[in-house]
Design a protein around this ligand. Structure first.
Ligand code: C5P
Length: 227
């Protein structure tokens, strides 16, 4: 019996419309290089990761400008949604991976991922029957709005976590869970809908998703502090 391998899959086929950049946000420069290069470098340098796949959109010429990284391959099969991009990526690598290989799905737009977080996630999840994800406990007081910019209710935050990535699941189970779910924004929810409970592993605020123009400055501060 061979031990399961650890595969990184980076969905990077979005357009990043909230960012206001001329190009998709994952290709816009951040701390001296295209945002996506930070996570490609992190995974490619990780001794725990066996292969790295990046799901890109064949329409963008920015892809051609990315440098080569060891053990890393581009998959030109981006879909209409993040979920579809992940499904297409999982299908594209089906012949190369084992059904029980672990896939760490990570957003290109979270450049703050580091080796310690990858190691922690793998250590906590590798023996879990379902899988798991990085997430951070919610610290703000959470309001539910009435849909018209007025607070209707305060939601108790004790059991609330904000999901991050990587989200780590076995290849075959992940593909099947994603194919049988509609309109989900992360991998874990596909398992939750099946009544399963992915493990929550505490991540870091540094691993936040760069979404709005003002996020860039904070991401650069974190990345420069790390260099
Ligand atoms: O748009 P959002 O920030 O939620 O996207 C999260 C990640 O999913 C990004 O890395 C983005 O490039 C990717 N994505 C994708 N295919 C899409 C939409 C988003 O790979 N159709």
């Amino acid at each position: 019996m061979t031990l399961p391998r650890f595969i990184a899959l980076i969905p990077a086929a979005g357009v990043g419309s909230r960012m206001g950049t001329a190009m998709p946000k994952q290709y816009a420069p951040l701390a001296g290089k295209p945002m996506i290069q930070h996570v490609m470098q992190t995974f490619s340098d990780s001794p725990l990761i066996d292969a790295v796949y990046v799901v890109v959109n064949r329409r963008y010429e920015y892809i051609a400008r990315l440098p080569d990284f060891p053990r890393t391959r581009l998959l030109r099969c981006g879909g209409e949604t993040r979920q579809q991009s992940v499904i297409n990526g999982l299908r594209a690598i089906e012949a190369e991976v084992d059904v029980d290989d672990w896939v760490l799905v990570h957003d290109a737009a979270r450049p703050g991922l580091d080796h310690d977080l990858i190691e922690k996630l793998i250590a906590f999840v590798r023996d879990d029957p379902v899988g798991g994800l990085l997430a951070v406990p919610v610290v703000d007081t959470i309001k539910r709005s009435d849909g018209h910019s007025h607070a209707e209710q305060t939601v108790p935050r004790e059991q609330l976590w904000a999901a991050q990535t990587p989200q780590m699941f076995r290849h075959a189970q992940l593909l099947s869970a994603l194919q049988s779910s509609q309109s989900i924004t992360d991998e874990a929810s596909a398992f939750e809908r099946m009544g399963l409970k992915p493990r929550l592993v505490e991540g870091s605020p540094r691993n936040f998703k760069v979404t709005l123009p003002e996020d860039r400055l904070l991401a650069e501060l974190y990345l420069k502090g790390r260099a």
